[in-house]
Design a protein around this ligand. Sequence first.
Ligand SMILES: [Zn+2]
Length: 228
Amino acid sequence: MKRKIVRIGFCMFLTALLLFCYGRYQTLHKPVFAFGQENKCIYLTFDDGPSDSTTPYILDVLREEGVHATFFIIGRQAELRPAIIERIYQSGHALGIHSYSHEYAEIYASPAALLEDIKKCSAVLESILGLETDLYRFPGGSYSLRQELVDCVKKAGYRYVDWNASCRDAEIPGASPDELFRAARDTPADRSRIVLLLHDGAHRQNTVAALKKIIRYYKEQGYEFRTL
Ligand SMILES: [Zn+2]
């Protein structure tokens, strides 16, 4: 009888020890993200491409870092570079329309002119990829546009996306990669869902040079990279 009690006591002690150790293990291996931060995400968006001098290097960095982005393309540049458009698509990135001509005076002359320009760019993408997209970004953003222009795009069934953060590569002439990185890090208005504006196109080498650091910063902060 005594022996049985000792055995039960020993088993209880062993169970308590295991539970204690498991508790310690749990405390030491808490999930990396605290509650409420699981959904932090960033959308890298590149306007004004494709270009021979920049797009391939952007794609290389994205591949090296294992993240995807969204490219808002200019139709008249895309029709001369179908292989780059193919590569963007085959690499798993998203593509959206960013106008055919990017000439503000022309495309914003009237709702009809704007829709014509959008359809022209859409036709270029379709001829290369055999796919249509409803994703659109207004050149310069929708922020200060006449309401009739924004309305006609919505009514035509396009989904337009602006941005809430920018590396400011189009605003600061000759900005260094470090300045671009700091802007990309410091400008987000909404820290939980960041749509970051960057630019493709000729002379954007500094954007490419800043890209790895921008991606690594947001990875360290626990952001998930998504496409639109
Ligand atoms: Zn643009």
